[in-house]
Design a protein around this ligand. Structure first.
Ligand code: FES
Length: 107
């Protein structure tokens, strides 16, 4: 299983996110009370760039249609704000390791 280097733990803002493009994919790294998690970086609704999303109450809000995703579990906490254009699904979470202060995702 190849490992892809994403970021330094210290560079991810506490209570926030960092978008990383690596290995041809977008990832969203979050740090909530020191806990790191790694998610797919594009919204599950219509691929909105979650790296530009605001963090509200522990969730990231997609800048396109407003769906929100919990930054620990990846679960949808609020659905797409416009009816009839489909729904968002939970974000995929990636397994990762931290070595010497660096976050590596496993693909
Ligand atoms: S693309 Fe994210 S809510 Fe539509």
């Amino acid at each position: 299983m190849p490992r892809i280097k994403l970021a330094k733990v210290e560079d991810v803002p506490e209570g926030g996110t960092m978008g990383v493009k690596a290995g041809g994919k977008y990832y969203l790294v979050s740090k909530m009370e020191g806990e790191i998690n790694v998610f797919e970086g594009r919204c599950t609704h219509m691929k909105g760039p979650l790296r530009f999303g605001k963090v509200i109450d522990g969730s990231v809000k997609c800048p396109i249609h407003g769906a929100r995703f919990d930054l620990r579990s990846g679960e949808v906490t609020k659905q797409v704000s416009i009816p009839l254009i489909g729904k968002a699904k939970d974000l995929k979470k990636y397994l990762f390791t931290i070595q010497d202060g660096e976050i590596f995702v496993k693909e």
